[in-house]
Design a protein around this ligand. Structure first.
Ligand code: SAH
Length: 196
């Protein structure tokens, strides 16, 4: 099917913040996403001590799980409420500090040091700020990006990953004329053209 009906749709950062304030966060999965469990081995491929990136992370519980397995996790999220809820719901002490390279941004880090969540727009990040990653968990991220920003998002993600990295991407399949999104419908052909 055709996603022309969603091409012009824009969800602003302000609208995302409002969703968090109102508790309209039906996307959040307290028990984690079933596909994470299913494909975890593909993500890790037997490797230890990886750096894993969570774009548009919300308060995804998988970040805690990976940290507990000994990996280090970096996330980015515009909602400070989401970031704070993540740490408080897992009883994780954290500190916050400004990010010198990004005006207005804050970085929240667990005191144990293995979870760092940047509170800013993903478009403010670059590998010079966050480094490169061995793995990416992209669920509710590409599909939440405004359709007009997909190319920019994909180019950034390609820049943030190491050569030997694994990128797990969850998309949703539905008739885009029946729902305005997010999550947006991203056809497989587009995923191929964005990521090669
Ligand atoms: N990946 C998470 C959240 C999915 S919802 C999960 O699986 O639960 C999408 C999230 O992206 C929301 O929490 C929203 O606040 C955040 N977001 C939207 N636009 C963003 C942007 N440009 N930069 C960073 N975060 C963004």
């Amino acid at each position: 099917s055709d996603d022309a009906s969603q091409k012009e749709r824009v969800v602003t950062e302000e609208e995302w913040l409002q969703k968090w304030e109102m508790g309209n966060i039906g996307f959040h999965k307290e028990q984690g996403h079933p596909l994470f469990q299913k494909y975890l081995d593909v993500l890790l491929n037997g490797r230890n001590g990886l750096r894993i990136f969570f774009p548009l992370c919300g308060k995804a519980v998988e970040m805690k799980w990976l940290a507990d397995m000994g990996h280090s996790v970096v996330g980015v999220e515009v909602s400070e409420q989401a970031v704070k809820e993540f740490f408080s719901e897992h009883n994780l002490p954290y500190y916050e500090e400004p990010v010198p390279e990004i005006s207005g941004a804050k970085m929240f880090q667990s005191t144990s040091g293995n979870i760092s969540l940047y509170c800013c727009s993903i478009y403010d990040l670059s590998s010079s700020i966050v480094g490169k990653f061995d793995g990416v968990w992209d669920r509710g991220a590409l599909v939440a990006v405004n359709p007009r920003d997909r190319q920019r998002y994909a180019s950034l993600m390609i820049n943030l990953v190491e050569k030997n990295s694994s990128y797990l991407l969850v998309t949703v399949s539905y008739d885009p004329s029946k729902h305005k999104g997010p999550p947006f419908y991203v056809p497989e052909s587009e995923i191929k053209s964005l990521f090669g």
